[in-house]
Design a protein around this ligand. Structure first.
Ligand code: HEM
Length: 534
């Protein structure tokens, strides 16, 4: 009887104990939810024989959340992978999805050599719902027949012929840009922040290529206004963590307000451009592409998001690429002098004959120092740290590890482009044993190297416009943009680094600003322009 009473007295305490234990367990599960799911997935994958090598060893793994780190801590992630895995492929997690980082040409070759046409991009690039609203339906994010249809609509306007025909407007914009540089009257030199100087120029040129004469100064100002909202949208796209959830995006947040505003204004802007082009009878690619939307070849959303991708999303990439061109030449006066000599030889030839013809031929040649300089700068200073994820539809063996179909791969762009043995050079100096020394010149700016290399030599050692079946839409324009830009700069100016030169070969954490509000590698370097006219 007495013990019954004792038990009854204990009951409330026991109930409370269970509540506390239950609550603590719930908290642990909620806070560790992603880790628990990762653990369970890893366990299951290894049980199936994935993520392990022939000898049973697990693939090296690094810590961190790839979804964000690959954008705002790209250098640190790359270093961590190098220290942990050496040259092996390396595992990282994006939420509860495994991703494999590739850094070596032989592994990139293994990935792309088998059924690359069947490779796919994951839904919303594994970035979540908010990304989907701004770019989930653009050319770069979709697959299969839809992707082929979008490319069929956009590609004809970015062909080699179109880029060539666009040289005159491009050159007019270069001249206009040069006229707006901050030259000081009576002084032969001035200083610019490289990235700032290259910010609007490519945006204007690509906008002109899309809208042609519809792109008046007023329309361009409107576009710049739209870019202000778009910047806020991109900030939430790349770095917003809650914005990954479709539920959260139903709430009346500032990110949602910005997205709604941009979506509405972007559609209105493009329909206005189509109307103006139609009324005035202006030839305009955006208008032609819209005819395909009306025919049902692609959806309105594919049309709008791909124009957005080409214009806004590429803005940071192309301006960083131009800025690195200035910085690399300013840091390498000998290459700069040799290239200027080549450029001035064209100017002299142009003074004798038909100048447009001479420049056009020069810009299109692929065996010039100008071409090699653009290639070398993009090789050494890629504008993003890691490529967006892509997966194979069949199981693969990469670097000796078995990887399940559907697992995403990302490429460490800078390591691939600089560490391959192809960039090493045998030196004639021999060691005591008489062996030839190998000097790694991968991190050195040496455009002339391309004179001795055929594209096949560096097929898997250099990523520029894409490896697989899908390539950059804008590659023809990008190449002419870079070359035309250098032609304009070098014919008028000598470049020097302003202030102490960055410590190492033109690239690396020490001279690259790692802004956490951009997905690209942002160089921070001032460059001094000396007018050659005196
Ligand atoms: C030097 C500057 C540029 C570089 C290095 C570059 C590089 C790349 C790369 C590596 C890809 C990914 C290909 C893949 O999926 O494997 C890509 C895709 C793309 N690029 Fe570029 N790009 C540049 C400039 C441009 C420009 C100026 C435009 C616009 C005219 C552009 C438009 C696009 C589009 C729309 C895609 C998605 C293509 C698709 O997946 O079908 N890019 N670019």
């Amino acid at each position: 009887m007495q013990s019954m009473k004792h038990l009854e007295a204990l009951q409330p305490k026991v109930t409370w104990l269970w509540i506390v234990v239950g609550f603590t367990a719930c908290c642990i599960i909620v806070t560790k939810w992603t880790s628990l799911r990762r653990g369970a997935r890893k366990f299951w994958l290894r049980r199936q024989g994935y993520l392990v090598g022939h000898n049973g060893a697990a693939i090296p793994e690094i810590t961190g959340e790839s979804r964000f780190l690959r954008f705002n801590k790209g250098y640190e992630l790359s270093t961590q992978a190098s220290l942990t895995a050496g040259n092996d492929p390396c595992l990282i997690w994006n939420g509860d999805r495994p991703e494999i980082i590739l850094t070596q040409p032989e592994h990139v070759k293994e990935f792309y050599s088998r059924k690359a046409k069947e490779h796919r991009k994951p839904t919303n690039a594994c970035m979540g719902h908010y990304f989907g609203r701004v770019m989930g339906q653009c050319a770069g994010a979709v697959n299969g027949d839809l992707w082929r249809s979008i490319r069929a609509v956009f590609d004809p306007h970015f062909s080699h012929q179109c880029a060539k025909a666009f040289l005159d407007p491009m050159r007019r914009e270069f001249a206009r840009w040069r006229g707006e540089l901050p030259a000081v009257p009576g002084r032969p030199d001035f200083v610019v922040e490289a990235l700032e100087a290259c910010r609007i120029l490519p945006f204007k040129i690509i906008a002109l290529s899309l809208y042609r004469e519809v792109m008046t100064d007023e329309m361009f100002d409107e576009l710049l206004q739209l870019n202000v909202v778009h910047d806020k949208v991109l900030l939430a796209t790349w770095f917003g963590s809650r914005e990954r959830s479709s539920w959260y995006n139903k709430l009346p947040t500032m990110a949602k307000k910005n997205m709604d505003q941009f979506e509405a204004e972007w559609e209105a802007y493009n329909l206005k451009a189509v109307r103006i082009a139609t009324e005035k009878g202006i030839a305009c690619p955006v208008k032609d592409m819209y005819q395909e939307v009306k025919k049902g070849t692609i959806g309105t959303v594919n049309w709008l998001q791909t124009i957005d991708e080409i214009l806004f999303a590429n803005l940071d990439v192309t301006s960083a690429i131009l800025a690195f061109l200035l910085i690399n030449l300013a840091m390498n006066p000998e290459v700069q002098a040799e290239l200027r000599e080549e450029v001035l030889a064209q100017t002299r030839e142009a003074n004798i004959g038909d100048s447009d013809d001479v420049f056009e031929r020069y810009l299109q040649r692929s065996d010039t120092l100008l071409e090699y300089t653009c290639m070398e700068s993009t090789r050494l200073c890629p504008a993003v740290w890691f490529t967006l994820p892509e997966y194979a539809t069949e199981d693969l063996w990469i670097g000796g590890y078995r990887i399940q179909a559907g697992t995403c791969f990302i490429i460490d762009w800078a390591r691939l482009n600089t560490e391959s043995p192809i960039w090493k050079k045998s030196s004639s100096t021999s060691s005591e044993k008489g062996e030839k020394q190998q000097q790694n010149l991968g991190k050195t700016f040496r455009p002339q190297r391309f004179r001795d290399l055929s594209p096949l030599d560096y097929r898997w050692s250099m990523l520029r416009f894409g490896f697989g079946a899908r390539k950059c839409i804008g590659k023809n324009f990008a190449v002419l943009l870079m070359k035309g830009f250098l032609l304009e700069v070098l014919a008028g100016y000598r470049l020097e680094i302003d202030g102490p030169p960055p410590p190492s070969g033109g690239w690396g954490a020490t001279n690259v600003e790692l802004r956490n509000d951009r997905f690209t590698v942002m160089p921070r370097q001032r460059v001094r322009f000396y007018s050659l006219a005196g």
